[in-house]
Design a protein around this ligand. Structure first.
Ligand SMILES: C[S@@+](CC[C@H](N)C(=O)[O-])C[C@H]1O[C@@H](n2cnc3c(N)ncnc32)[C@H](O)[C@@H]1O
Length: 292
């Protein structure tokens, strides 16, 4: 049973036998109808209705007995169930309070702690060491959430469903089209792996864009990036297609100091920040006295 791509209509709930899995399109529709709910676009509510994708995310995310998992946006609880039923302890942050009765029903009997509130207000620094994030993220705050996970010392990995375009940015290397702050900061904290693409039909309602599952691993054994350097990289890469010199000028560095630094480091005066590897940006930051 797949949704009609033209209307996003799902089959009649009466057609959903109780034995059908929770993520089946008919069960999802029945659940929403029973609670008088419609997905809210502004909250990025595109619910997963494909069992293969759910299993692939849980598997890639390392959901296993004894693991502490953080999920952002459990929605109807389909991914939460998949992860918790593999023995992981799940903490799930959900903003939409209308989903309280739904999650009470779909997560009954599982080891899940639902925290109601905005994921942007959550204290990620307090998460226990070894926490794994597994989530189908609300797309409108993906970038912000990814940087919160990176900066939380307890979080060791994040396996997340994101827009394909974000996935491409995450894995891009210096000099490539999609390279930018997200690519650079991900490389500063660890490594990124593209797990698989996910077609629009795997969601209800179907989103406008293709999605991808990526896994980010954060290396907590090495010294964490200097916040001054992270901010320097953010500013240096902020305006794409402008020269690094121009972006550094916007940060308030003098033209003289920039020219001397670029020349000493053998970088062309018109080099663009997205073409300079992180080691080069670090050398520029050191030459300008931003980091030691
Ligand atoms: C893409 S849906 C994923 C739902 C479910 N995990 C699934 O895969 O079917 C995103 C979820 O994030 C929730 N959400 C949106 N903004 C949020 C925020 N700021 N804080 C916490 N949850 C949020 C939405 O209500 C929704 O449940």
């Amino acid at each position: 049973m797949t949704p009609n791509p033209m209307t996003n209509d799902l089959p009649d709930p009466a057609a959903a036998p109780d034995s059908a899995p929770l993520y089946s399109p008919a069960r999802v529709r029945a659940l929403l109808a029973a609670h008088g709910l419609k997905p809210t676009k502004s909250l990025g509510q595109n619910f997963l209705i494909d069992g293969n994708i759910l299993r692939a995310i849980a598997e890639a995310g390392g959901a296993a007995p004894g693991e502490n998992v953080l999920e952002i946006g459990p929605g109807l609880g389909v991914l939460t169930r998949e992860v918790a039923s593999r023995g992981a302890r799940v903490t799930a942050l959900e903003k939409d309070e209308r989903l309280r009765p739904v999650l009470a029903e779909t997560l009954a009997g599982l080891d899940v702690n639902v925290i109601w509130g905005d994921a942007l207000d959550f204290d990620y620094a307090a998460l226990p060491a070894g926490t794994r994030v597994i989530a189908n993220l609300p797309y409108y705050i993906t970038g912000l959430l990814l940087t919160r996970f990176m900066q939380a010392p307890g979080v060791v990995s994040a396996t997340v469903l994101v827009q394909k375009e974000v996935a491409q940015r995450l894995v891009a290397q210096p000099g490539q089209d999609n390279y930018g702050f997200l690519s650079a900061v991900a490389a500063l904290y660890g490594s990124v792996k593209h797990v698989r693409d996910v077609p629009k039909g795997a969601f209800f309602p179907a989103p406008d864009v293709t999605s991808s599952v990526v896994r980010l691993d954060f290396d907590r054994t090495r010294p964490q990036p200097d916040p001054a350097f992270v901010s320097f990289v953010d500013n240096a890469l902020r305006y794409r297609r402008k020269t690094l010199r121009n972006n550094l000028r916007m940060m308030g560095h003098s033209g003289e100091a920039i020219d001397a630094a670029l020349s000493d480091l053998g970088l062309r005066p018109d080099v663009r920040a997205e073409d300079v590897p992180l080691s080069g940006l670090r050398a520029v930051a050191a030459a300008l006295g931003v980091v030691r």
